[in-house]
Design a protein around this ligand. Sequence first.
Ligand code: SF4
Ligand code: SF4
Length: 392
Amino acid sequence: MGKKTGSIQINRRDFLKVSAFTTTAAIGLTGIGGILESAAGQQVGMFPPNPVYRTLGRTGLKITVVSFGAMLTPEHEVMRAAFDLGVNYVDTARRYMNGRNEEIVGKAIQGIRDKLYIATKTRPSSGTKQEIFEDVETSLSKLKTDHVDVIQMHNLTSKERVFSQEVREAYVELRKQGKVRFLGVTTHTNQAEVLNAVVDDPDKFFDTVLVGYNFTSPPELKAAIKRAAAAGIGVIAMKTQAGGYQTGALGGLSPHQAALKWALDDPNVTAAIPGMKDMSMLREDMSVMGMKLTWKDRQILNKYGQAIRPYYCHLCGECEGTCPNHVAISTINRSLMYAEGYGNMELARSTYYEVPSMARASACLGCSVCTAQCVNGLDIASKMRTALRMYA
Ligand code: SF4
Ligand code: SF4
């Protein structure tokens, strides 16, 4: 990873020229608008944007194609600015920021709750009715609302949990009580398997899927997304920017808008929820609404893909059967992505410690040679050493 770190040169989004915009309280969002350009002269969209909406499958909700991923946002003003610009869907989770993220969303939605759709997630470890009821009650209290629009099972890694009867009974009860409206799942690992299970479920229980999807995703995931959309399941894309790594390989051009456009170019995706930490990110992501994926974007993504190939984990989980100690390699790599790509150590650490202790990188200390194999050529032993150092 040391080599990679040396190649990271551009401060991800700070190269956007923002001088055409005012920088007061709402940071120019209601002020002067116009065509936004990068320092490299790349046209990066209109701002303020014209919101574009798509329908979230059979839920019928019409949501903005660029919606708000709240996971990384420390200040409610950033979310509020997005809502003021027309964004109408926000995604959070019980677990993010140890519960503080829902409080931040709760502040941002005050007075405009009825104009917004709120999605949250029960904790990944919650499997009993009691745990799920507690999660949802806590979410409602932190969000300061009486219902959430989409409640999601967080981070399914295989098809088995899609069919958990106890979870289903809890969700049905919550829906009867009017505390949740629609039901969804989220996944990072074995995503095609999870999506196909949701589609093939005879009860058609889940309405939405939130899935990591970007220009590096394999064809089987694209196919599973197409099946889900055809079955009326609303598909929302996350991790659209392949880790949000900063790279000098692009000579000042932003890969992040191109990556977002790539995900939205798929008509089977209703929306993407890029994480927006600050106003600069908000401007960059929101400006994409209504923009087409171009040949130049594809070129940028080719270069970006090459630059991140040595260290970007696709979270496919294919390697895990090749590790004799059943180390949770994909989850550990996801935690490293949060640290190295997103620059969010708190999220990285909490993700790492979700892994049962037997399956953490410490299990590697007993191995003289790493036999785990990555189908994408990543050096797994090196990644696990990085995790050991980082979380020591
Ligand atoms: S060193 Fe490799 S094979 Fe050994 S436990 Fe770690 S990941 Fe598994
Ligand atoms: S290390 Fe390789 S095989 Fe394992 S999850 Fe990541 S990309 Fe897939």
